[in-house]
Design a protein around this ligand. Structure first.
Ligand SMILES: CC(C)(COP(=O)(O)OP(=O)(O)OC[C@H]1O[C@@H](n2cnc3c(N)ncnc32)[C@H](O)[C@@H]1OP(=O)(O)O)[C@@H](O)C(=O)NCCC(=O)NCCS
Length: 242
Protein backbone atom coordinates (compact mmCIF):
# COMPACT_ATOMS: atom_id res chain seq x y z
CA UNK A 1 0.00 0.00 0.00
CA UNK A 2 1.21 3.52 -0.70
CA UNK A 3 2.38 5.75 2.14
CA UNK A 4 0.60 9.05 2.76
CA UNK A 5 3.58 10.89 1.23
CA UNK A 6 3.41 8.73 -1.88
CA UNK A 7 -0.30 9.38 -2.22
CA UNK A 8 0.24 13.14 -1.88
CA UNK A 9 2.95 13.02 -4.55
CA UNK A 10 0.66 10.98 -6.79
CA UNK A 11 -2.11 13.57 -6.38
CA UNK A 12 0.26 16.43 -7.18
CA UNK A 13 1.43 14.65 -10.34
CA UNK A 14 -1.97 13.72 -11.62
CA UNK A 15 -4.41 16.42 -10.51
CA UNK A 16 -6.58 17.80 -13.29
CA UNK A 17 -5.76 14.91 -15.60
CA UNK A 18 -8.14 12.13 -16.46
CA UNK A 19 -7.63 8.61 -17.55
CA UNK A 20 -10.16 6.89 -19.74
CA UNK A 21 -10.20 3.12 -19.99
CA UNK A 22 -11.06 1.68 -23.43
CA UNK A 23 -9.42 4.86 -24.79
CA UNK A 24 -12.69 6.34 -26.06
CA UNK A 25 -12.40 9.57 -28.01
CA UNK A 26 -15.98 10.81 -28.23
CA UNK A 27 -18.21 10.38 -25.26
CA UNK A 28 -21.97 10.47 -24.99
CA UNK A 29 -23.30 10.73 -21.45
CA UNK A 30 -26.60 8.96 -20.82
CA UNK A 31 -28.58 11.29 -18.59
CA UNK A 32 -28.30 15.06 -18.38
CA UNK A 33 -29.25 15.31 -14.70
CA UNK A 34 -26.93 16.03 -11.80
CA UNK A 35 -24.58 13.05 -12.22
CA UNK A 36 -24.44 13.68 -15.97
CA UNK A 37 -23.38 17.27 -15.35
CA UNK A 38 -20.72 16.10 -12.90
CA UNK A 39 -19.28 13.73 -15.48
CA UNK A 40 -19.52 16.39 -18.18
CA UNK A 41 -17.54 18.79 -16.02
CA UNK A 42 -14.93 16.10 -15.35
CA UNK A 43 -14.50 15.65 -19.08
CA UNK A 44 -14.18 19.39 -19.69
CA UNK A 45 -11.32 19.45 -17.22
CA UNK A 46 -9.78 16.49 -19.00
CA UNK A 47 -9.85 18.42 -22.26
CA UNK A 48 -8.32 21.47 -20.60
CA UNK A 49 -5.61 19.18 -19.26
CA UNK A 50 -4.78 18.08 -22.79
CA UNK A 51 -6.65 14.79 -23.15
CA UNK A 52 -7.76 14.08 -26.69
CA UNK A 53 -11.35 13.33 -25.83
CA UNK A 54 -14.54 15.06 -26.76
CA UNK A 55 -17.73 15.31 -24.78
CA UNK A 56 -20.05 14.86 -27.73
CA UNK A 57 -23.38 15.30 -25.99
CA UNK A 58 -26.16 13.82 -23.91
CA UNK A 59 -28.89 11.32 -24.53
CA UNK A 60 -31.76 11.95 -22.14
CA UNK A 61 -35.41 10.93 -21.78
CA UNK A 62 -36.57 14.17 -20.12
CA UNK A 63 -34.91 17.02 -21.98
CA UNK A 64 -35.87 17.76 -25.57
CA UNK A 65 -33.66 16.98 -28.52
CA UNK A 66 -31.60 20.09 -29.31
CA UNK A 67 -31.64 21.44 -25.74
CA UNK A 68 -28.25 22.71 -24.63
CA UNK A 69 -27.45 22.12 -20.98
CA UNK A 70 -24.41 23.89 -19.59
CA UNK A 71 -23.00 24.05 -23.10
CA UNK A 72 -23.67 20.41 -23.99
CA UNK A 73 -26.27 19.41 -26.56
CA UNK A 74 -28.95 16.74 -26.12
CA UNK A 75 -28.91 14.47 -29.18
CA UNK A 76 -31.89 12.32 -28.42
CA UNK A 77 -33.52 9.93 -26.04
CA UNK A 78 -31.68 6.98 -24.50
CA UNK A 79 -33.17 4.68 -27.13
CA UNK A 80 -31.44 6.73 -29.83
CA UNK A 81 -28.06 5.24 -28.85
CA UNK A 82 -28.38 3.00 -31.92
CA UNK A 83 -28.10 6.07 -34.17
CA UNK A 84 -24.82 7.14 -32.61
CA UNK A 85 -21.72 6.23 -34.69
CA UNK A 86 -19.76 3.21 -33.53
CA UNK A 87 -16.65 5.09 -32.49
CA UNK A 88 -18.58 6.89 -29.76
CA UNK A 89 -18.59 5.48 -26.22
CA UNK A 90 -21.26 5.80 -23.54
CA UNK A 91 -21.17 6.51 -19.84
CA UNK A 92 -24.35 6.13 -17.81
CA UNK A 93 -25.38 8.85 -15.39
CA UNK A 94 -29.06 8.19 -14.69
CA UNK A 95 -28.71 7.09 -11.08
CA UNK A 96 -31.38 8.35 -8.68
CA UNK A 97 -31.91 7.56 -5.02
CA UNK A 98 -34.96 5.29 -4.45
CA UNK A 99 -35.53 4.92 -8.19
CA UNK A 100 -32.73 2.50 -9.00
CA UNK A 101 -34.92 -0.56 -9.72
CA UNK A 102 -36.40 1.31 -12.69
CA UNK A 103 -33.20 3.14 -13.71
CA UNK A 104 -31.11 -0.05 -13.72
CA UNK A 105 -33.75 -1.88 -15.76
CA UNK A 106 -33.83 1.04 -18.21
CA UNK A 107 -30.07 0.84 -18.80
CA UNK A 108 -30.06 -2.96 -19.08
CA UNK A 109 -32.97 -3.00 -21.54
CA UNK A 110 -31.16 -0.63 -23.89
CA UNK A 111 -28.98 -3.61 -24.83
CA UNK A 112 -25.87 -1.54 -25.50
CA UNK A 113 -22.99 -3.92 -26.35
CA UNK A 114 -20.13 -4.17 -23.87
CA UNK A 115 -17.57 -2.63 -26.23
CA UNK A 116 -19.61 0.59 -26.53
CA UNK A 117 -19.22 1.52 -22.85
CA UNK A 118 -16.42 3.73 -21.56
CA UNK A 119 -15.16 3.91 -17.99
CA UNK A 120 -13.86 7.14 -16.50
CA UNK A 121 -11.44 7.17 -13.58
CA UNK A 122 -10.11 10.45 -12.27
CA UNK A 123 -6.33 10.01 -11.89
CA UNK A 124 -6.38 11.50 -8.42
CA UNK A 125 -8.33 8.41 -7.42
CA UNK A 126 -6.00 5.92 -5.75
CA UNK A 127 -6.84 2.51 -7.15
CA UNK A 128 -4.93 -0.59 -6.00
CA UNK A 129 -3.57 -2.86 -8.70
CA UNK A 130 -5.69 -5.94 -8.10
CA UNK A 131 -9.04 -4.22 -8.28
CA UNK A 132 -11.54 -5.43 -10.85
CA UNK A 133 -13.55 -2.67 -12.53
CA UNK A 134 -16.52 -3.28 -14.82
CA UNK A 135 -18.00 -1.38 -17.74
CA UNK A 136 -19.51 2.09 -17.64
CA UNK A 137 -18.02 2.88 -14.24
CA UNK A 138 -17.28 6.42 -13.04
CA UNK A 139 -14.74 6.97 -10.26
CA UNK A 140 -14.49 10.60 -9.15
CA UNK A 141 -11.65 12.66 -7.78
CA UNK A 142 -9.79 11.52 -4.66
CA UNK A 143 -11.69 8.26 -4.24
CA UNK A 144 -9.57 5.51 -2.66
CA UNK A 145 -10.03 1.88 -3.66
CA UNK A 146 -8.03 -0.69 -1.70
CA UNK A 147 -6.71 -4.10 -2.84
CA UNK A 148 -9.14 -6.85 -3.73
CA UNK A 149 -12.14 -4.63 -4.39
CA UNK A 150 -14.62 -5.54 -7.09
CA UNK A 151 -16.55 -2.80 -8.88
CA UNK A 152 -19.47 -3.96 -11.02
CA UNK A 153 -20.79 -2.51 -14.27
CA UNK A 154 -22.37 0.96 -14.14
CA UNK A 155 -21.20 1.60 -10.58
CA UNK A 156 -20.51 5.18 -9.50
CA UNK A 157 -17.99 6.19 -6.85
CA UNK A 158 -18.18 9.86 -5.96
CA UNK A 159 -15.48 12.23 -4.81
CA UNK A 160 -13.53 11.32 -1.72
CA UNK A 161 -15.25 7.98 -1.17
CA UNK A 162 -13.19 5.18 0.39
CA UNK A 163 -13.49 1.47 -0.35
CA UNK A 164 -11.68 -0.79 2.10
CA UNK A 165 -9.92 -3.98 1.05
CA UNK A 166 -12.09 -6.60 -0.66
CA UNK A 167 -15.17 -4.38 -0.68
CA UNK A 168 -17.70 -5.40 -3.33
CA UNK A 169 -19.91 -3.11 -5.38
CA UNK A 170 -22.25 -5.02 -7.63
CA UNK A 171 -23.85 -3.63 -10.79
CA UNK A 172 -25.62 -0.26 -10.68
CA UNK A 173 -24.41 0.54 -7.17
CA UNK A 174 -23.56 4.01 -5.92
CA UNK A 175 -21.18 5.24 -3.24
CA UNK A 176 -21.76 8.90 -2.43
CA UNK A 177 -19.21 11.62 -1.74
CA UNK A 178 -16.98 10.86 1.27
CA UNK A 179 -18.85 7.65 2.05
CA UNK A 180 -16.89 4.65 3.33
CA UNK A 181 -17.18 0.96 2.69
CA UNK A 182 -15.11 -0.88 5.30
CA UNK A 183 -13.24 -4.04 4.32
CA UNK A 184 -15.34 -6.88 2.85
CA UNK A 185 -18.50 -4.78 2.92
CA UNK A 186 -20.89 -5.54 0.05
CA UNK A 187 -23.36 -3.43 -1.89
CA UNK A 188 -25.68 -5.77 -3.76
CA UNK A 189 -27.09 -4.79 -7.14
CA UNK A 190 -28.51 -1.27 -7.21
CA UNK A 191 -27.70 -0.52 -3.55
CA UNK A 192 -26.98 3.11 -2.63
CA UNK A 193 -24.62 4.37 0.08
CA UNK A 194 -25.39 8.04 0.69
CA UNK A 195 -22.87 10.85 1.16
CA UNK A 196 -20.78 10.48 4.34
CA UNK A 197 -22.43 7.18 5.19
CA UNK A 198 -20.41 4.20 6.41
CA UNK A 199 -21.03 0.50 6.01
CA UNK A 200 -19.19 -1.62 8.54
CA UNK A 201 -16.71 -4.41 7.76
CA UNK A 202 -18.34 -7.42 6.17
CA UNK A 203 -21.81 -5.87 6.33
CA UNK A 204 -24.06 -6.24 3.32
CA UNK A 205 -26.57 -3.79 1.87
CA UNK A 206 -29.21 -5.76 -0.04
CA UNK A 207 -30.32 -5.20 -3.62
CA UNK A 208 -31.67 -1.68 -4.26
CA UNK A 209 -31.43 -0.70 -0.58
CA UNK A 210 -30.59 2.89 0.43
CA UNK A 211 -28.29 3.82 3.30
CA UNK A 212 -29.09 7.49 3.99
CA UNK A 213 -26.70 10.40 4.23
CA UNK A 214 -24.40 10.17 7.24
CA UNK A 215 -25.74 6.78 8.34
CA UNK A 216 -23.67 4.06 10.00
CA UNK A 217 -24.84 0.65 8.76
CA UNK A 218 -23.67 -1.80 11.43
CA UNK A 219 -26.05 -4.64 10.51
CA UNK A 220 -27.08 -6.18 7.20
CA UNK A 221 -29.59 -4.06 5.31
CA UNK A 222 -32.48 -5.90 3.71
CA UNK A 223 -33.11 -5.62 0.00
CA UNK A 224 -35.18 -2.55 -0.91
CA UNK A 225 -34.91 -1.18 2.66
CA UNK A 226 -34.20 2.50 3.36
CA UNK A 227 -32.14 3.01 6.51
CA UNK A 228 -30.69 6.08 8.19
CA UNK A 229 -29.07 7.26 11.41
CA UNK A 230 -26.28 5.98 13.65
CA UNK A 231 -26.72 3.10 14.12
CA UNK A 232 -28.82 2.86 10.98
CA UNK A 233 -32.47 1.90 11.42
CA UNK A 234 -35.05 1.04 8.83
CA UNK A 235 -37.37 3.94 8.02
CA UNK A 236 -38.93 2.92 4.72
CA UNK A 237 -38.57 0.96 1.53
CA UNK A 238 -37.80 1.37 -2.14
CA UNK A 239 -40.57 0.55 -4.60
CA UNK A 240 -39.57 -2.44 -6.77
CA UNK A 241 -39.69 -2.14 -10.55
CA UNK A 242 -43.11 -2.97 -12.03
C1 LIG B 1 -32.57 8.48 3.97
C2 LIG B 1 -33.36 9.26 2.96
C3 LIG B 1 -33.55 8.44 1.68
C4 LIG B 1 -34.70 9.58 3.61
O1 LIG B 1 -35.49 10.31 2.71
P1 LIG B 1 -37.05 10.57 3.05
O2 LIG B 1 -37.70 9.27 3.40
O3 LIG B 1 -37.59 11.35 1.89
O4 LIG B 1 -37.01 11.38 4.36
P2 LIG B 1 -37.37 12.94 4.56
O5 LIG B 1 -36.42 13.76 3.76
O6 LIG B 1 -38.84 13.13 4.33
O7 LIG B 1 -37.05 13.15 6.08
C5 LIG B 1 -37.83 12.57 7.11
C6 LIG B 1 -37.19 12.94 8.43
O8 LIG B 1 -35.96 12.24 8.58
C7 LIG B 1 -34.88 13.17 8.71
N1 LIG B 1 -33.79 12.63 7.89
C8 LIG B 1 -33.78 12.47 6.55
N2 LIG B 1 -32.64 11.90 6.16
C9 LIG B 1 -31.92 11.68 7.29
C10 LIG B 1 -30.68 11.10 7.52
N3 LIG B 1 -29.92 10.62 6.52
N4 LIG B 1 -30.24 11.00 8.79
C11 LIG B 1 -30.99 11.48 9.81
N5 LIG B 1 -32.20 12.04 9.63
C12 LIG B 1 -32.67 12.14 8.39
C13 LIG B 1 -35.40 14.50 8.17
O9 LIG B 1 -34.73 15.57 8.73
C14 LIG B 1 -36.84 14.41 8.58
O10 LIG B 1 -36.92 14.70 9.95
P3 LIG B 1 -38.24 15.42 10.57
O11 LIG B 1 -39.37 14.47 10.32
O12 LIG B 1 -37.90 15.59 12.00
O13 LIG B 1 -38.41 16.69 9.82
C15 LIG B 1 -32.65 10.58 2.53
O14 LIG B 1 -32.60 11.49 3.57
C16 LIG B 1 -31.23 10.34 2.06
O15 LIG B 1 -30.30 10.13 2.82
N6 LIG B 1 -31.08 10.38 0.75
C17 LIG B 1 -29.78 10.13 0.10
C18 LIG B 1 -29.30 11.39 -0.61
C19 LIG B 1 -28.27 11.03 -1.62
O16 LIG B 1 -27.62 10.03 -1.53
N7 LIG B 1 -28.12 11.90 -2.62
C20 LIG B 1 -27.28 11.62 -3.80
C21 LIG B 1 -25.83 11.66 -3.57
S1 LIG B 1 -25.11 13.24 -3.58
Amino acid sequence: MRSVDNICNHLRRTSNRFFLMNTPRKIIVLGAGSDGLVIAEAMRQAVQAGQTIQLAGFLDDIHSVGDVIEGVKVYGRLDDWQNIPEDYRFISAIQKVRDMPRRAARIDKLGIPADRWGTLIHPSAVVAQNVSIGLGVYVAACATIQPGCSIGDFATIRAGAALGHDAVMERHTYVGPNATMCGHAILREGAHLGPNAVIQDGIEAGCFSVVGIGAAATKHVREYAVVMGNPARRIGKVRPAD
